[in-house]
Design a protein around this ligand. Structure first.
Ligand SMILES: *[C@@H]1O[C@H](CO)[C@@H](O)[C@H](O)[C@H]1NC(C)=O
Ligand SMILES: *[C@@H]1O[C@H](CO)[C@@H](O)[C@H](O)[C@H]1NC(C)=O
Length: 276
């Protein structure tokens, strides 16, 4: 009895879904060739997202899989004009910032999706997870661990909104300032735990969260695979909620996802050829 109560509390505390107000129907987006649409909806500081990302890292490492899918990563939050970033995130503003950091990785022209995933996995790995997610230190260390240059890769500019030169000048100015005036007092209401974001990072965050919000997706993690094989809603959905996999009719191991993607891909190809 006590044990099951404890278990329930544990589950409740790790569930990452936004309060549901209403659900909108699925939006329509651009299609890209004959690839299978695969979407992962997450929150950067959610343990369930870490679970999904772990499985998906193995999926995208399979030979040729990335050529068969359109992988879309969506971050779950609520558009909110009263917030400085324009969105509210379930695990606080640091999560919004963590989402933006990861969006900068995922949208970089110089960083492959595999590499971006390795960096996200590096952030997810420490036992202190999710404590550091959203800090500049976490993303910087993991970018460095993957042997990418913060500035050359464009990630630094996306996240900080400053080039290497601008950052150096800024540091020098702050140093001068602190020498002449003693310790710098930041009288912004932003404290250390909510670092600032560059323009591009902010825009990516706002756009991405709005898209996901408009689809009515509230639970991190939700995995959607568009289907042309099963008729039911034309989509296979699998959810991790409080550490429990739900609704995963096709299984939830990396091999299961790979098999489903291969099947869907073959079906798309044969449909395409049949239509000619
Ligand atoms: C992929 O998604 C786009 C946008 O929702 C849609 O137009 C397209 O038909 C989808 N493709 C497949 C194969 O499901
Ligand atoms: C919107 O932001 C304000 C200010 O942070 C907050 O008090 C309010 O709860 C937020 N609303 C939603 C729906 O998250």
């Amino acid at each position: 009895m006590l044990l099951s109560l404890l278990a329930m509390q544990l589950l409740a505390s790790t569930v990452c879904s936004s309060p549901t107000t209403y659900q909108r129907p699925f939006g329509v987006e651009q299609s890209t060739g004959d690839r299978v649409n695969v979407s992962l909806y997450v929150m950067s500081r959610c343990p369930d997202a870490r679970l999904c990302e772990n499985v998906f890292e193995s999926v995208i490492q399979q030979d040729g899989i990335l050529d068969k899918i359109n992988l879309n990563i969506g971050y779950i939050g609520t558009p909110n004009k009263s917030e400085s970033l324009g969105v509210s995130c379930k695990h606080g503003s640091l999560e919004c910032i963590g989402n933006a950091h990861q969006l900068c990785l995922l949208n970089s022209d110089t960083v492959s999706i595999k590499k971006a995933y390795d960096i996200i996995q590096c952030q997810n790995y420490p036992s202190s997870f999710p404590k550091e997610i959203g800090t500049l230190q976490s993303i910087k260390e993991c970018v460095r661990a993957e042997r990418l240059d913060w500035y050359e890769s464009g990630i630094g500019h996306c996240i900080e909104g400053k080039t290497k030169e601008e950052n150096r000048r800024w540091d020098e100015m702050e140093m001068d300032f602190s020498f002449s005036r003693g310790p710098v007092v930041d009288d912004d209401d932003d404290d250390e735990s909510t670092p600032k974001l560059g323009k591009r990072a902010k825009r990516l965050l706002l756009e991405n969260i709005k898209q996901v919000y408009d689809k009515g997706i509230k639970t991190s993690c939700t995995i959607d695979i568009d289907s042309t094989i099963i008729s039911h809603q034309g989509r296979r959905r699998c959810i991790v909620d409080g550490g429990v996999w739900k609704g995963c009719d096709d299984g939830h191991t990396p091999q299961d996802f790979v098999r489903v993607i291969e099947d869907e891909y073959e079906n798309l190809k044969s449909q395409h050829n049949g239509n000619r």
